[in-house]
Design a protein around this ligand. Structure first.
Ligand SMILES: [Ca+2]
Ligand SMILES: [Ca+2]
Length: 306
């Protein structure tokens, strides 16, 4: 069966100085044409600047519309941010999402979104928010509700909790990096009753509002999804890059993670992909690009290293 990848492609308006030998960015259409894909895959342009800027996460609602989180604050956490959630729609069905509306503006350091249960779930460390829109008019019914807090954001601008993906069990899943640990609970939860999370996969129950870790380990997983058999996979931003996650499992690399200190063994990557060629730790910083794509049903995330 022919598989079709939907890609969100951006083109930067920044023009490199004459002295800089870096080639100018491709136009969105040319960027799609330049992509090299596995056999049977096809890339099409869905949306581009100026309709979306700095997209950090996206999802589809039950009307086929595209919800995109724009990370204007990326790199500098601020108590009051400028991140946005925009809704794109392909009204004529030609594959280009040409209509755009801002659903919410003024969020801080958004790292994940998903729609469901009459609203939008947003990861915005230190908070996991729910922005209700139960009447479906694309206007928030109220200010964001803080479902959970305590997600780390001070130790690093990376490695934060992110998300989201609905699991086959109805829980909402997300990834969590190692160097920005969290102590999660409902607002007001005492410190000694919070759940520590320092890497791996977590999940929340959307109606009982329970948070729990699903698996420990990895380094900085961005992109959690399930195959047709309910098996969980993550794409990990740093080596190794792909893991098959089993509930309760502890995963490499350990990196002195307290939560996996007494594990009988730590599970390895399920891929033969290497971040660096053997014996050439800096080779990928040169001219050889390396690409890893994790197919995820209707979505996929692309991680590219140079
Ligand atoms: Ca269209
Ligand atoms: Ca509303």
């Amino acid at each position: 069966m022919r598989k079709i990848c939907l890609l969100v492609v951006l083109a930067s308006s920044i023009v490199a100085p004459a002295a800089d030998r870096t080639p100018a960015p491709l136009s969105p259409d040319d960027a799609v044409k330049a992509m090299v894909l596995p056999e049977g895959f096809k890339a099409t342009l869905v949306a581009c600047e100026p309709d979306i800027v700095q997209p950090v996460a996206y999802c589809f609602d039950d009307r086929g519309r595209l919800f995109v989180a724009e990370a204007y604050n990326y790199g500098f956490w601020q108590p009051h941010g400028k991140d946005r959630i925009v809704i794109l729609e392909d009204t004529d069905g030609d594959g280009r999402f040409e209509t755009r509306k801002v659903f919410y503006d003024g969020l801080n350091y958004v790292t994940g979104i998903e729609v469901g249960f009459g609203g939008v779930y947003v990861m915005s460390p230190p908070n996991l928010l729910f922005i209700p829109d139960r009447d479906g008019d694309d206007k928030p019914d109220s200010k964001p509700e803080v479902l959970f807090d305590g997600f780390g954001h001070k130790e690093s601008r990376h490695n934060m909790a992110n998300g989201f993906t609905w699991g086959p069990d109805g829980w909402l899943y997300g990834g969590h990096g190692r160097t920005t640990p969290s102590d999660v609970g409902r607002p007001g939860t005492p410190a000694n009753q919070r759940i520590h999370c320092d890497g791996g996969v977590y999940r929340i129950h959307p109606t009982r509002l329970v948070f729990e870790t699903f698996a420990d380990g990895t380094t900085n997983p961005w992109g959690v999804d399930f195959d047709d058999f309910g098996q969980c996979f993550v794409s990990n931003c740093v080596n190794p890059h792909l893991f098959h996650m089993i509930q309760g499992g502890h995963y490499e690399p350990w990196r002195n993670r307290v939560s996996s200190m007494y594990a009988y063994d730590r599970l390895p990557t399920c891929a033969d992909h290497r971040h660096y060629p053997p014996g050439k730790p800096n080779a990928m910083r040169g001219a050889t690009p390396e690409t890893l794509a994790l197919w995820q049903h209707l979505r996929f995330r692309l991680v590219r290293h140079r």
